[in-house]
Each structure stands twice: as structure tokens, then as C-alpha cells.
Design a protein around this ligand. Structure first.
Ligand code: UD1
Ligand code: CA
Length: 474
């Protein structure tokens, strides 16, 4: 999910609460054999969220009163996921997969007659609420079917229409005549109907077909028999309604989803060096004139201020970056907050609870964990700063290490404002460096250093050997 940062971005809803309670049934009982996975198919992720999570989010956007999920294979794992993510849904168990009509029937005991039912699929993750709103509105009290136009309709059920254009029936590929197979309008599987009618039709479905299954698609003919029309709404693209059966299709849908997000970002005013080389696996909120270079990966919740630049192949996870900050290539920023006007990287790693104030410079091969750096602090090369409080305008030289771990416990390092820590210094925590202190290069500092003084610590024994010769290769 991508969005634009604005002064007042309060969401408005409540206005279009449907009068008839909407119950969404999500089919997810199939085995997903072609995934060749120990994980139930619907728990495989698109952009870091299980496909089922995407479908649930879409249902929430429709203002669904309840989501019913029909589970069979991998039911325990799906229940576990739902519990862990406090996803609100009602489970219906389909012990044997006897067909799509049979699957929907398992959810019906939990659905009141006055409800409107919408049938979705746990393995069709890119379905959009806008399309479904249109379907629900068009169908009204009739049977609604979402269709699509397919260049290659093989494998899908085909939509049969009367001469007048009204929908007559759906015929499955295996049951279709050669002429019917030439029809390019296909059944996406998504349907909606008033609960009372649907219940009645589902009970009448028989399995006298090529697969000996209870076909959900048979309800179209049953509706016609009851003189209740079927309304077909065509989806804008086949990609939106495509199911995932194997890992190749999962990867395809991932790309479709990422392109969608990239387009939305650009529409909102963010520059992308290449919209095909950005991955947003979570939510990204951007200010004005943000530029994301190639290969940027966003995970969790990320917020970027105005004029932020993110360089090639940088990972930002649960991060907040202030305005005018540049993050160069190959950085990892994980659970960190960075202020305004900072320069990070290339090749820097900000680990959890790194807190950088404004105008901070962090250069190559610098690792910062659970530490705060004050305004204008600099650590430009090869340093480890862990469990430290670093004041403003502190200069941390190349190769400085906070020795925060004694093998059992972590200890704090405190560095006062304006201190200068010479290159290759070890700060053996717990230790405090006073404000304005100057630590000579190569010192191992194990005791507190006073403010505004030079502290130097080194072995005095430096010897040179006259007449020494380099060893020679034998
Ligand atoms: C179904 C439709 C077909 C449509 C296609 C779209 C029927 C009879 N046919 O065919 O018209 O073009 O989807 O992809 O509905 N499932 C269960 N329990 C079952 C059977 C299926 O939960 O007993 C779930 C599966 O996990 C899957 C979905 O329903 O997610 C579709 O089932 P599948 O057997 O793949 O239907 P298709 O043959 O593809
Ligand atoms: Ca040394």
C-alpha cells in the first residue's frame, strides 16, 4: 500500500454503509498441489502478505459484516495464522473437496437469510474492491457473476449468453462443446446473491457432470429456472481475477501487484528510477519529491519526508526518514528513525532502535544498534555503535568500536556533545566520554574520560630493529 503524506489525510468512510449486511465467503479448502509446499496455498505471500490477507483486506474495504472462510487442506495452519494476526473471520470446515458449490454450502449455516453473499477465493489475491462494489450494485437482488475476457480461455468456465445478451448458463471446460470452448468470456468464479436464494440453489446442485463435482456454476441455470436473472459484470483485466496455482503464477501476480503500487506512487508524485525495480511489501507513505532509485525494497511501515532520496539496492524496514535526507546505495535501515538532512551510506546498517537526529552523517560499513546520535554527529567509516548515547556534533573516527558486550551483559556508552573519538578507539562499556573530550587514536578506553581534555591510552613499548630483513620466499 502506498500513499502520499499530506497535512490532513483523515479517512472518510461511514457514509456508504450498505443497508443489507454483506457476508463474504472465501474458498480456501483446495490442496494447492502444484505449489509443492508444506504451507497451505492461501498463506503464500504477495508483497509480504499472505494471499488470504489481501482478500480479507478487500472484504474489509467493502464493509463486510462477516468473512466466512471455507477451509480443508491445511486448516490448522490457516486458523493459526488468523489467530496470530487477530484476523476476524468465521471458519467453515469442508472435510472433503466435493466441489465449489459444496464448499459454499459449508458456510451457509452461519449466514442469515437477509444477508447479501459475495463469494471470493483465497488464491485470487489481486481482486479490487472497486470492481466488487460495481458487481454488488449491478446485481442487486439478482445473481451476479464477475466475468473477464481471456485471450486464452482454456481451463475456465465459459459464459453462455442468450441472443438478447442475458446470461443463460456457465459451462465448464470439460463439459463444453467445441463451439462453446471458443467463447472468450470466462467465469472468474466470483459471484454474489441474496443468501436465501443462494441457499436454495446450492441445495439443488447435483454432480452429474464430467468431474462428478458439485459445481457452483450450476446456480446460474437454477436462477434462470426460478426466473431470476443473472447479471454479468466484466472485470477490467484478467490479471485482477487470476488465480494462483503454482509458484510461477505467484511470481506473476507479485509483479502485477508491485506495478500497481509503483503506478500509484508515481501518480502521487514520487519519482521512481524504474517502476519495475521497486518492491513495497507493506505500507509506504511519501512526502513531496521523494526519489527512489532501482532495487529499493520497502518492508513493514515506512514513512519518507519531503525530498528524500533512497539509493540503489537499499532495504528500508519499519523506518521513518526525515525530509532532505539522502540514503545512498546498499544500506539496511531496520526499525530506525532518521531525522532531517542526514546522509546515510553507502553500505551503512541501521539496526533496531537506532535514532538519528538531524544532519547526522553515517558512512560506509558503519553499524548502529539501539543508540541515539545527536544533531550533526558523524560516523563516516567502519564503526560499530551499540547501546550508546552520542551527543550532538560528536565525531567518531574510522574503526571506532563500542565494546558493549562482556560476553554476558550489554553495557552503555555515553559520549558528550562535541567529543572527538580518534580512529581505531575501543570504548569499553560501561564508559562515559565527557563533552568536548578528545580521545587519541588507537586508545582502549576502559575508564571515564573527562570533558575538554585529551585522553590517550597506548602501549609505550614501540621498538624498531636495525638491520632487520624481510623473510624471503624459499
Ligand atoms: C472454477 C469455476 C470455473 C471458473 C474457475 C476460475 C466451478 C465449477 N468452476 O473452476 O467456472 O472459470 O473456477 O478460476 O466453480 N475449492 C474448495 N472446495 C472445493 C473445490 C474448490 O474450497 O471442494 C476452492 C479451491 O481451493 C479453489 C477454488 O475453490 O481456490 C476453485 O476451485 P477449482 O477446483 O480450482 O475450480 P476450477 O476448476 O478452476
Ligand atoms: Ca588497536
Amino acid at each position: 500500500m502506498v500513499s502520499r503524506k499530506t497535512a490532513s489525510s483523515k479517512s472518510r468512510n461511514a457514509a456508504n454503509v450498505p443497508a443489507i449486511p454483506l457476508h463474504v465467503v472465501i474458498l480456501a479448502a483446495g490442496q494447492g498441489t502444484r505449489m509443492r509446499s508444506g504451507l497451505p496455498k492461501v498463506l503464500h505471500s504477495i508483497a509480504g502478505t499472505p494471499m488470504l490477507g489481501h482478500v480479507l483486506r478487500c472484504a474489509a474495504q467493502l464493509g463486510a459484516e462477516k468473512c466466512h472462510i471455507v477451509v480443508g487442506h491445511g486448516a490448522a495452519q490457516i486458523r493459526q495464522w488468523a489467530a496470530k494476526h487477530s484476523a476476524d473471520m468465521v471458519f467453515a470446515e469442508q472435510k472433503q473437496q466435493l466441489g465449489t458449490a459444496h464448499a459454499v454450502l459449508q458456510a451457509m449455516p452461519n449466514i442469515p437469510d437477509e444477508a447479501q453473499v459475495l463469494i471470493l477465493y483465497g488464491d485470487v489475491p489481486l481482486i479490487e474492491s472497486g470492481t466488487l462494489k460495481e458487481l454488488l450494485a449491478e446485481a442487486g437482488a439478482k445473481l451476479g457473476v464477475l466475468t473477464a475476457d481471456a485471450d486464452d480461455p482454456a481451463g475456465y468456465g465459459r459464459i453462455l449468453r442468450h441472443r438478447s445478451g442475458s446470461v443463460q448458463a456457465i459451462v465448464e471446460e470439460k463439459d463444453a462443446s467445441p463451439d462453446q470452448r471458443k467463447i472468450s468470456e470466462i467465469n472468474t468464479g466470483v459471484m454474489c446473491a441474496p443468501a436465501s436464494l443462494l441457499r436454495n440453489w446450492l441445495q439443488q446442485v447435483r454432480k452429474d457432470n464430467a468431474k462428478a463435482e458439485y459445481y457452483l456454476t450450476d446456480i446460474v441455470a437454477l436462477a434462470a429456472k426460478d426466473r431470476i436473472g443473472t447479471v454479468a459484470v466484466m472485470a477490467a483485466s484478467l490479471a485482477e481475477v487470476s488465480g494462483v496455482n503454482d509458484r510461477a503464477q505467484l511470481a506473476e501476480q507479485e509483479r502485477v501487484f508491485q506495478r500497481r503500487q509503483a503506478s500509484e506512487l508515481m501518480r502521487l508524485g514520487t519519482s521512481l528510477s524504474d517502476p519495475a525495480r521497486l518492491d513495497v511489501r507493506g505500507s509506504l507513505l511519501c512526502g513531496q519529491d521523494v526519489h527512489l532509485d532501482v532495487g529499493v525494497v520497502i518492508e513493514g511501515e515506512v514513512e519518507l519526508g519531503d525530498n528524500v532520496y533512497v539509493g540503489p539496492y537499499t532495504l528500508l524496514r519499519n523506518a521513518k526518514i526525515g525530509s532532505d535526507t539522502r540514503i545512498e546505495s546498499h544500506c539496511v535501515v531496520d526499525d530506525a528513525i532518521v531525522g532531517r538532512g542526514c546522509r546515510i551510506g553507502p553500505f551503512a546498517r541501521l539496526r533496531p532502535q537506532a535514532r538519528l537526529a538531524n544532519e547526522v552523517h553515517v558512512g560506509n560499513f558503519v553499524e548502529i544498534k539501539k543508540s541515539s546520535l545527536g544533531d550533526g554527529a558523524k560516523a563516516n567509516h567502519l564503526a560499530y555503535i551499540g547501546d550508546a548515547t552520542v551527543g550532538s556534533k560528536v565525531n567518531i573516527g574510522a574503526g571506532v568500536i563500542t565494546c558493549n558486550y562482556d560476553g554476558a551483559n550489554k553495557h552503555q556508552t555515553v559520549i558528550g556533545d562535541g567529543a572527538f573519538i580518534g580512529t581505531d578507539t575501543q570504548l569499553i562499556a560501561p564508559v562515559t566520554i565527557g563533552p568536548g573530550a578528545y580521545i587519541a587514536a588507537g586508545s582502549s578506553i576502559a575508564r571515564d574520560a573527562p570533558p575538554d581534555q585529551l585522553t590517550i591510552c597506548r602501549a609505550r613499548d614501540q621498538r624498531a630493529f636495525k638491520g632487520w630483513k624481510r623473510p624471503e620466499k624459499k
